[in-house]
Design a protein around this ligand. Sequence first.
Ligand code: MRU
Length: 331
Amino acid sequence: MKVGLGDKKKDMRAVWFSNGEVRMIDQRRLPNDIHIVSFRDHSDVALAIRNMTIRGAPSIGAAAAYGMCLAALNGRNLKDAADLIRAARPTANDLFYAVDHMLNALRNKVPPQKAADDYAQTIVDSCKRIGEHGAALMNEGCTVMTHCNAGALATVDVGTALAPIRKAHDDGKNVFVFVSETRPRLQGMQLTAWELLQEGIPHSVIVDGASGHFMKMGIDMVIVGADRIAANGDFANKIGTYEKAVIAKELKIPFYVAAPVSTFDFAAEDGNKIEIEYRSEEEVTMVGSMRVAPVGSGAKNPAFDVTPSRYVTGFITERGILRPLEIGRMR
Ligand code: MRU
């Protein structure tokens, strides 16, 4: 992705490896501050995943791969490192997929940095193909709604849900994007809007509760990412995805899920098998450092919800577009 101001923009990834360090953009500080953090120990990478310095399923996977790379280079016990990294967050399948991939590569004596760089590059290549398959669904003047951030920040580079939007924009199709703010952590407003701005893609931020209103006014398609897709096509994504999918079906708006192979969990037969992460009450009751809920009111804060596969028009993958019943082909 191009990051910066005006002509000073430079190519940057969400996470990379350089001079023996894992480096990443601190996504908690965007859009106001482009701050790079560096880690030399896998336990710090695990913490960065847990505290959402880096987030988004494929980027979490790449960070995990680089964390395992550090553990190998530092001569750590790889099983212990894998356990620590796997425990960082429970929902994104890419985290577990990446750790398994690295353990396998390291067992086969692939040099640690090459194994992790190859893993990250595979994600980026997959996202480019997702962009090509998805852009073919978009017509001139298309209006698209997305939720949370499934852009370059969430996928090392390019994006999943944002990849078709970028490609259609590059092809001159005059796409317009409705970005739902994504309470409580505001990944839509703070990250997706920032990415679209960097690319010059026209968009409006809307509050989460306005999604149905704007869909009814006329939206051509909804595209979201996913954190885990079960074998039957039920999928977990950022909280608020489920209600968008239900409204889209009611209004006959195509609803697409863009995700690479690493997000599919064929061992989970349906969405009931997907663990949903609950985060702190304070993410809901506070805005920044200010408490906005009455003192004494509790809060519940699931980070994800599960949308049943019957609401999905298609999964946009690097291998093409699949209907929920065709997911078996991904194996
Ligand atoms: O809690 P987050 O910010 O990690 O959640 C991210 C999402 O829900 C994304 O939509 C999902 O990971 C897909 S990213 C390509």
